[in-house]
Design a binder for this molecule. Structure first.
Ligand code: SF4
Length: 207
């Protein structure tokens, strides 16, 4: 049986999984993550629900919207940035804020997933994400699946990493330390700054 929920949206961010294999990386674009304060299965608390891209296209959810629906607990918490997913019966029942903010963190309506893919991301310090960016449409906390050894694909590790898809000029941005990725036979890949520079090189500072 599904869990019914209702509440106010605190944040809408893209729901993207990162797959790493030493110096290679690829993304699975799963949809969007709604972070909500409200009631789920009769309990009042903060929780998160994953929705698909079609649902976001239809409802255009953003911070301050009142939402209700049904969902299921995720099957594998290592692969999802949310606690619940497979949302259905989604309804936008109201809105509690009237004006969008004009400074970061940006709390407008998230663009489509192709836009995120096109923009590319830079690593974002986990602390900065937690303190300043967790309501920004350009922030993303990705579940990361690391394939340690391509010859032995069962050998995987899991963690979370935070990224920024936002304007390069954002004053809140802090990169944090370079990310390290374990490989076969104890080898370690360090993702240097040029990887991020390359990923966003096509954008101007304010884009
Ligand atoms: S650093 Fe990135 S995620 Fe954080 S507020 Fe700025 S644009 Fe948003």
């Amino acid at each position: 049986m599904k869990n019914s929920f209702k509440g106010i949206i605190l944040s809408v961010q893209p729901r993207i999984r990162l797959i790493r294999s030493f110096d290679e990386r690829s993304h699975n674009y799963l949809g969007y993550a709604l972070f909500i304060r409200g009631v789920i299965d009769g309990v009042e608390r903060e929780y998160s629900v994953g929705i698909g891209k079609a649902a976001q296209q239809k409802h255009q959810f953003c911070v301050g919207d009142e939402v209700s629906g049904e969902c299921l607990p995720v099957a594998d918490e290592r692969l999802e940035p949310v606690e619940f997913y497979k949302a259905s019966k989604l309804k936008k029942t109201g809105h509690t804020q009237n004006e969008f903010k004009i400074s970061p963190p940006w709390e407008t309506i998230s663009p489509d997933l192709d836009t995120y893919r096109y923009r590319g991301h830079r690593r974002l310090a986990a602390q900065t994400y937690a303190k300043k960016c967790n309501t920004c449409i350009w922030g993303c906390r990705m579940p990361v699946e690391i394939i340690i050894d391509n010859w032995n694909p069962e050998k995987r590790k899991y963690r979370f990493e935070t990224f920024c898809y936002g304007p390069l000029s954002c004053t809140l941005y802090k990169a944090g330390p370079p990310r390290k990725v374990e490989g076969r036979n104890g080898m370690m890949y360090v993702e240097e700054d040029w990887v991020d520079e390359e990923a966003v090189r096509h954008r101007k500072m304010d884009e």
